[in-house]
Write a protein that binds this ligand. Structure first.
Ligand code: SF4
Length: 238
C-alpha cells in the first residue's frame, strides 16, 4: 500500500511552505498554527511570522502584546502565548528531549517536529492520518507521513471519501463507504469564547476603560496572561 501511496504523492503533493524547511523552530510554528486553523489560512501567516521572528531567540524576546497582535485572526489565541513560552523555554534551556514538555505541545506536535525537522523514525498521527489508517487498516512507515496527511485532507475525506481517485482503493476494506457527520463543534456565537475573543480584539486595538468592557471576559483573559489592568485601564500584557 505504501508504494502506491508514495507514487500518488509524487504527483499530488500539496505545495506547503513548511515542507521546504527542516528548521525545528519553523516546523514548530507551523504545527502550532495548524492545530486549529486551516492550511490555506495558515500559509501566509506562517511566512509573516517567520519574517518577523526568524529564530527562537527573536520570539523569546518579544512581548505578549506583539504575539497577540501578530496572531490576530487565527483564533484560539492561547496558542500564541504557548508558542512564545515554548520559545522562551528553548532559548533558555535548549530543546528538551521530550518535546511534550514544551507548553502547548502534545503528542502529535512533538512527533511532527521529530519527523519533519529531525527526521526521526516516527509517524505523526493527526486526524487526517488517523482516518486513513483506520479505514485502510494499512501499515505505513514515517516516510509516508506527508502523503497520508495529503490523502486524508484531499481524498479520504471525513464524510464522503473520493474512493474513485484513491491510490489505495484496490486494497481498502472501506472503499465506497459513507460516514456519518462529525459531531458539530459547540456554537461560537453567543459563547463565552466569543465574548473573550471580542474583548481581546477591542483591547488589541487600543487600551480600554474597564467599565466599558465585559468584566468576566477581562478577568478570564487577565488570569490567562493576555491582559493586564492598571487602575481603570485594561491593556495587552507586556
Ligand atoms: S478507498 Fe476510500 S475509504 Fe479507502 S482510503 Fe481511499 S478514499 Fe479512503
Amino acid at each position: 500500500m505504501e508504494q502506491a501511496l508514495l507514487a500518488w504523492y509524487g504527483e499530488h503533493a500539496r505545495d506547503l511552505p513548511w515542507r521546504e524547511t527542516r528548521d525545528p523552530y519553523a516546523i514548530l510554528v507551523s504545527e502550532f498554527m495548524l492545530q486549529q486553523t486551516q492550511v490555506a489560512r495558515v500559509a501566509p501567516r506562517y511566512l509573516a511570522w517567520l519574517e518577523r521572528w526568524p529564530t527562537v531567540e527573536a520570539l523569546a524576546d518579544t512581548s505578549v502584546a506583539d504575539v497577540i497582535r501578530q496572531w490576530e485572526g487565527l483564533g484560539y489565541n492561547r496558542r500564541a502565548l504557548n508558542l512564545r513560552l515554548a520559545a522562551q523555554h528553548i532559548a533558555g534551556q535548549g530543546w528538551p528531549e521530550d518535546l511534550t514538555e514544551l507548553p502547548g505541545v502534545g503528542r502529535y506536535t512533538a512527533d511532527a517536529v521529530a519527523r519533519f525537522a529531525l527526521e526521526l523514525d516516527v509517524l505523526p498521527v493527526d486526524t487526517n492520518v488517523r482516518r486513513v489508517l483506520d479505514r485502510t487498516g494499512g501499515r505505513f512507515g514515517p516516510d509516508a507521513a506527508h502523503a497520508l496527511m495529503d490523502l486524508g485532507a484531499t481524498v479520504c475525506l471525513a464524510r464522503i471519501p473520493r474512493c474513485g481517485e484513491c491510490p489505495l482503493s484496490e486494497r481498502c476494506p472501506s472503499r465506497g463507504r459513507r460516514f456519518p457527520p462529525l459531531r458539530k463543534q459547540s456554537r461560537f456565537e453567543g459563547s463565552f469564547r466569543q465574548r473573550r475573543a471580542q474583548t481581546l480584539r477591542l483591547v488589541t486595538e487600543r487600551p480600554r476603560l474597564l467599565d466599558r468592557l465585559d468584566g468576566e471576559a477581562v478577568e478570564a483573559l487577565r488570569k490567562d496572561g493576555f491582559l493586564s489592568i492598571h487602575g481603570d485601564l485594561v491593556q495587552l500584557a507586556k
